[in-house]
Write a protein that binds this ligand. Structure first.
Ligand code: AHR
Length: 548
């Protein structure tokens, strides 16, 4: 265990309580520029303590037929005046390629358990229009919006596969367990994976332009089966699950089934599902166990917030670590070798519908540096648990919840969360290393006037060749952190820093002003051994350290 420092006066050095709105605004403007007071922290990266390979799939995305995600966000149609590649928004494809999206989950979400995949194949003009699962969402009714009541099915399996090919991602499809059946699931697998010319469904696929099979590996068996996915008990769901995955045609593909896991801390859902599966000796049919965790609750505003909202949301997001370890421990009671991995296929911050660029874009919220810090601390948590988390998907890619982009007709903008994914792409496939962060806590006063704390600096490190990537979030609204960085077992030759912060924590990128929150990079002069780095308040940082 690396030596840790004592932090005299750490209690004082934590972020100031910002109950007053005026103070909070002032702190926001000053974030990143206020000279540190008693800031003092240390990061030890232990080169000789590898945790595991960071699955690239941890950096996955989620696309649901919900509001403006698919229609307008991803799909504009071939005849649109919006630049497109075969109907897919060109700007989206071009922005995604450099961040190497490894996997995209589709078509839901809750929508998946109402979807008949057959509606979305065959000639587009002949596809049926259906009521979308989200058509009656209370938020749309409250906003007086005539919702996108019908799904035109223009974007179906083949369009989704083309989108995946365009951006270089693997598809992850969610089956309909609530209102579909195992027969239909089998047929979907066959449509996707049967060899060219082998079956009628392969011919249907070829007629749509794709003679060769897609080789889809990842299949979610329903979604939130405790709720919109069927209101099942864990035992009932286990029974459905077993029926869906038994004797599916493999067609030469290593099929990986993902069970619809818990909402946040519902360990009973995990415990009872694993027990039910184990009692039937069928855990071998589970590759991944999905966990959903949203930070909210819905109601707060994405860009108008005060210090208690800032910290409250980030503290909720930071529960991810304990959620992973608690569910992992329960899974291990029945799966001792820990063959089944966690798949965190919905995560993000969920706000009230007050910042939508288009009211039809259900949950299409804006985002700030707060969302970037949330994304960074969540991705760092996944990296630190690279031995447990095999895949994840931020909810959702565009125009919804914790998005990377907003799009509305011809307008398109990158949000702060996009920049975090770009910075963190360096971790994909690298070796996660144990990283010990010692830092004063953040302290604040809640809206109920109670004192509260959350951890301060945190991060993760990974090694690829001789390049060490260290990513760090500083959630403190006011305190910079002067930090020693000790790499045990290596010598640092040079450091390049990329920092994402904001002049005012409420700043956000808009179609009119798209560059308000963007990262900056610079090479750092090396000083001291170990080197030190000052992490700005309210920031996400990537340090690329060249090792000798
Ligand atoms: O991401 C939005 C919704 O949140 C999903 O459809 C559902 O799975 C979750 O409750």
């Amino acid at each position: 265990m690396a030596a840790r420092r004592d932090f005299l006066g750490a209690a004082l050095a934590g972020g100031a309580a910002l109950a007053s709105p005026t103070l909070a605004r002032a702190a926001g403007r000053l974030a990143g520029r206020t000279p540190s007071r008693l800031a003092d922290a240390r990061i030890d990266v232990l080169l000789d303590e590898p945790v595991g390979t960071i699955a690239p799939e941890i950096y996955g995305h989620f696309v649901e037929h919900l509001g403006g995600v698919v229609y307008d966000g991803v799909w504009v149609g071939e005849r649109s005046s919006v630049p497109n590649i075969g109907g897919v928004r060109r700007a989206l494809v071009e922005a995604l390629r450099p961040i190497r999206p490894p996997v995209v989950r589709w078509p839901g979400g809750c929508f998946a358990d109402s979807y008949d995949w057959r509606d979305g194949v065959g000639p587009r003009a002949q596809r049926p229009r259906r009521t979308n699962f989200w058509a009656d969402a209370r938020e749309l009714r409250d906003a007086g919006v005539v919702p996108q009541r019908f799904d035109p099915n223009e974007f179906g399996t083949q369009e989704f596969m083309r989108f995946c090919r365009l951006v270089g991602a693997q598809p992850y499809l969610a089956a309909n367990v609530r209102s579909g059946d195992a027969r239909s699931f089998d047929a979907w697998v066959e449509f996707c994976n049967s060899p060219a010319g082998s079956t009628t469904l392969a011919d249907l696929r070829a007629a749509g332009g794709d003679a060769e099979p897609y080789g889809v590996r990842y299949w979610g068996i329903g979604n939130e089966s405790w709720g919109c996915g069927g209101n099942f008990t864990p035992e009932e769901y286990a029974e459905e699950y077993r029926r869906f995955v038994a004797w599916v045609p493999e067609l030469g593909v290593d099929l990986r089934y993902i069970g619809a896991g818990p909402s946040s801390g519902d360990v009973e859902w995990t415990r009872r599902f694993f027990e039910a599966m184990d009692e039937r000796r069928d855990l071998g049919h589970v590759w991944g166990w999905a966990l959903h965790h949203y930070s909210g609750p819905p109601g707060g505003d994405a860009i108008r917030f005060e210090a208690p909202d800032w910290y409250g949301l980030l503290a909720r997001a930071d529960e991810m670590e304990s959620l992973i370890t608690r569910h992992w421990q329960v899974m291990g009671q029945r799966d001792r070798p820990h063959r089944v991995k966690l798949v965190v296929d919905e995560w993000g911050a969920w706000y009230a519908m007050t910042t939508n660029v288009n009211p039809v874009h259900l949950f299409g919220e804006q985002s700030t540096i707060r969302d970037a810090v949330l994304a960074g601390l969540t991705l760092d948590t996944f990296n630190r648990h690279a031995d447990k988390v095999a895949m994840a998907a931020v909810a959702q890619l565009v125009n919804c919840i914790q998005s990377l982009f907003l799009a509305d007709g011809p307008r398109f903008v990158l949000l702060p969360v996009y920049h975090v994914f770009a910075m963190y792409a360096a971790h994909q496939g690298a070796q996660a290393l144990r990283t010990v962060v010692t830092s004063p806590e953040c302290r604040w006063t809640t809206a109920r006037n109670e004192p509260a704390t959350m951890r301060g600096l945190n991060g993760s490190a990974s090694l690829q060749g001789r390049t060490l990537t260290l990513t760090v979030t500083n959630p403190d609204l006011t305190a910079e952190r002067e930090t020693e960085i000790a790499v045990r077992g290596g010598t640092v030759r040079s450091v390049r820093a990329t920092t994402l912060t904001a002049r005012d924590v409420h700043d956000h990128n808009t179609f009119e002003a798209p560059h308000e929150v963007e990262p900056r990079s610079s090479d750092l002069p090396m000083s001291g051994a170990p080197p030190t780095y000052r992490f700005p308040a309210a920031s996400v940082t990537k340090l690329e350290l060249a090792l000798g």
